[in-house]
Design a protein around this ligand. Sequence first.
Ligand code: FES
Length: 136
Amino acid sequence: MNRKDFLAQVGLGAAALLVPACIGGLASCSKSSNNAPTNVDFTLDVGTGSLATNGGYLIHSGVLVARTTSGTFLAVSAACTHEGTNVNYNAGGNNFICPNHGAQFSNTGAVTKGPASKGLSQYKTTLTGTSLRVYS
Ligand code: FES
């Protein structure tokens, strides 16, 4: 076997190993993202900053925390389930919109417009004074 034949066989062998791994595990070939934080438990001071104003929001530890126009709080995973871009809170529509390809999610994180096909994870919130606990 000459060098050219050897490289052709090695190259084909490597490609043959890679293709079934991708076909067998389609999820690993997909661009979809599922990076929702787990075991979430943190506290924010909503007396100052963007959460002090109705309609404001921020992202902390991968969680988007929003204050609705009526003053209640929402918390969902920030990364769009399509390709991982952080979504924005749309106070006017009380929903979440991905700036990358336009996916939209309800105020509970459910998909209302693709291309995302999986919802955002929702987290609980409890307000005590100006201290907002966000948790799984
Ligand atoms: S990354 Fe959000 S719609 Fe594509």
